[in-house]
Write a protein that binds this ligand. Sequence first.
Ligand SMILES: Nc1ncnc2c1ncn2[C@@H]1O[C@H](COP(=O)(O)OP(=O)(O)O)[C@@H](O)[C@H]1O
Ligand SMILES: [Mg+2]
Length: 588
Amino acid sequence: MAKNTDLHYLGNRHLLKRSITYFSPYKLRVVIAIIAMLLYAPIPPGLAWLTKFIMDDVLIGKNIETLKLCILGLVALIVLKGILQFLQVYVINTTGILVLKDMRKDLFDKIIRLPMPFFAESEIGMLMSRIVNDVVAVRQSLPSIIMFVRQIFTLIALIGTIIYLDANLAFWSLIVMPIALYPIIFFGKKVRKYGRKMQSELSGINVVLEESFSGIKVIKAFANEIRESIRFNIENKNLTKIIIRQIFYSETSSRTMDFVSAGAGATVLWIGGSKVIDGIMTPGDLMAFMVCLVQLYEPIKKINMANQQIQAGLAGAERVFDIFDSPKIRIEDEGKNILEGEFRKLTFDNVKFSYPDTPKVAVDGVSLNIKAGQRIAIVGPSGSGKTTLVNLIPRFYDPQAGEIRLNDKPLKSYTLGSIRLNLGLVSQDTFLFNLSIRENIAYAMESCNTKTVEQAAKAAFAHDFIMEMPQGYDTIVGESGVKISGGQKQRLTIARAILKNPSLLILDEATSALDTESERTVQKALENLMQGRTSIVIAHRLSTILTADRIVVMEQGKIVDMGTHKELLEKCELYDRLYQMQFDDSSD
Ligand SMILES: Nc1ncnc2c1ncn2[C@@H]1O[C@H](COP(=O)(O)OP(=O)(O)O)[C@@H](O)[C@H]1O
Ligand SMILES: [Mg+2]
């Protein structure tokens, strides 16, 4: 399981407070629900009083006038009860749904602004589970609290009534109350525990699903469906076991309450019945008492249920507010400077970086100067830190030591937007959104007209194949859209970069995933993109290296040499080796 799921350091009170703040935009609705709740409280004892009158005055006293009044009163009470209950339940539950919506939005907004390392550490499925499942539990928090309070009011009103009716009998029926409270507390804890386990298991299932479906090609290629099924089934079985336990505890809890209330009913019937036979108590009083008693255990059961829901809500809140409140989970920090005008200079000053939780240093004391208009090529064996080095420029990661400066100011002093929007990054993994080709090319552009999009597509050698698509520029590509080849995808991302018009361009082995045929076209598209721009090219092709102003050779996170192709061939043994092995352009 993901590490982040186990941070249970937030106190209950804090969690409740945080959950309730989400209801504050809906004050009016909450107030309506509370008023309905207050008006509702005296109705159950009212019903008991009516029973008393029907028994004593109507049935025994044979008074037809009271009968009429009682029936009228009964109808009025039932109608009122219905209306108030509807108001309260409807208003508070719909408010819960609105809160759910707000909370999902906030959670998504926060998660999408978290720094890259967070996404590397947490499984995406776990994050999705937080957004989809955990917030559901939180929405129950206030409705459950209101239910809780309402039942307490009803409880007090009913207890007052039975004490008034017969204090002695009330004592005997209430003596079982502490016994009834015990299961509330005991089972409440159990249900919360399993609620928490269930959410964590649900996110476990999400992780497996996410992985299996995005890795489906690999799974099929290795004919590994059965093993994946087994893996999924393990999670599935665990979840089922947990849910069954939860149902067991919640049902046992309810049935225990039933036994307690039946015991109390029998006691009252025995003692009260004797009193009526002895003429100490009227039948109406006993009937009213019994009606109260029956209704009395209802609120206790509901309090129990509300308690369980509050517990489940707390479990959800714990997991949601982990992300909101944890000091460890902070959104990306940025400076205030806006990168104005052109890119002039990028300086790496003794930069060191290692990935979180790894001992190996990925970038080890790199110093490098890049001036406007230059084309820098980075070469080195795989794992030498080339990708890591260029990922520091858009601040996907921040170095632990040393400094990167842009136009002589620390990179950290700029806003993230002004760095990233001035930067074009093309790597071998392309990503297209589930949008039309036009929208994909103009991604994140505020305005784009058809002409500029087409110009970009032409420069990226994409226009022709786009025109052959069923709906041309309006064809939907991406996950559920038309499937296109790797080279075509790559050309669309190049068109995207051309339209973005960045002053600094980073190409990270952009063509290495392509076959020779499409690589040639993409290479031409890239040449168009690099035209008149400063560029850093991580290269695997001799042709790219030969056009570079300077070649940087990396090994194990360090820069081992720099120079032109000719110089390096003479003085750098590693470069010579790489040249013999990797930059063999015989296929061109
Ligand atoms: N996300 C990551 N988490 C941990 N280690 C990583 C990550 N990405 C790369 N590394 C490690 O950092 C080193 C440099 O990798 P990378 O920059 O991808 O090299 P290159 O691009 O030169 O092949 C390697 O040892 C690699 O294992
Ligand atoms: Mg790489």
